[in-house]
Design a protein around this ligand. Sequence first.
Ligand code: NDP
Length: 296
Amino acid sequence: MAHIIDGAAIAAAIREEIRLEVARFKADHGVTPGLATVLIGDNPASATYVRNKRKACEEVGLASFGYELPATITQDAVIALVNELAARPEVHGILVQLPLPAHIDDQAVLAAIPLDKDVDGFHPSNIGRLGLKGRTPAFAPCTPKGCIELLDRSGIAIAGRRAVVLGRSAIVGLPVALMLLARDATVTVCHSKTTDLPAVTREADILIAAIGKAHFVTADMVKPGCTVIDVGINRISDPTRKSGSRLVGDVDFDAVSQVAGAITPVPGGVGPMTIAMLMQNTLLAAQRAVAHSFTL
Ligand code: NDP
């Protein structure tokens, strides 16, 4: 039976470290690190994510400034708000919750966030920097950073190991692959056109699943002893639950945990780490702001 990597406990420990650091920062500088969240439209999942992020801010002592805009808002108006937040000194980080309504170009909005406030790490330049040898992004994107942190805090070596990433999205698959590469793993990235996927995944010492398909990774796709990080969040129906549904990952946890060496559960794996990394990035943004230490 695999070791269960307890993301909830690891994230709680990180949040506590951040809480202490925030208190010290406030005492030293008289400044409260602040995160602005921008929620557009009425996607219930997005609303829940933003609510959880703002609650987490409160718990660690960060200020949060919430902006809720109707789905009909124009792209120019969203960019105007981002520009306004960029100019406000008490806002150290700006998060625009994705996905955006179809008429808004998310790349245009993300590119409007100044690099020194891009705590989600989605600015095209931040993603580009992940791929350049010797360069580090201003902020690493939160979910990929959370995956790496889970490996590090679980004592799982990365350098020299075979890592396979399922998914190549700009917010998870691609950046996590680049971050593993920067840590000297030998990385293969798989996607919907990959042929004979199980043969590829069976080579992995570290398997990151980020495709958004419930229970996609089965036991026969995993090498014995492999570390499996499950990023997926999928809602499936479950008549035994009062709500009629529950969240599961991209990995068939019950079967894969019999084969893997270590595995993250869903919920309670990568999810809580994403929020903890956002708090960490916001604190870092504030530390750089008072030290005037950010250089492009
Ligand atoms: P996207 O839909 O943007 O990307 C999915 C990726 O998976 C694509 O690269 C796609 O390939 C690939 N894919 C789809 N089907 C297959 C298949 N059958 N075989 C191999 N590859 C496949 O998703 P995201 O990256 O945004 O999210 C992935 C999952 O992670 C979702 O469940 C999401 O909810 C979750 N998530 C969790 C977070 C957390 O905090 N835990 C944060 C963000 C996301 P192609 O490029 O060819 O289309």
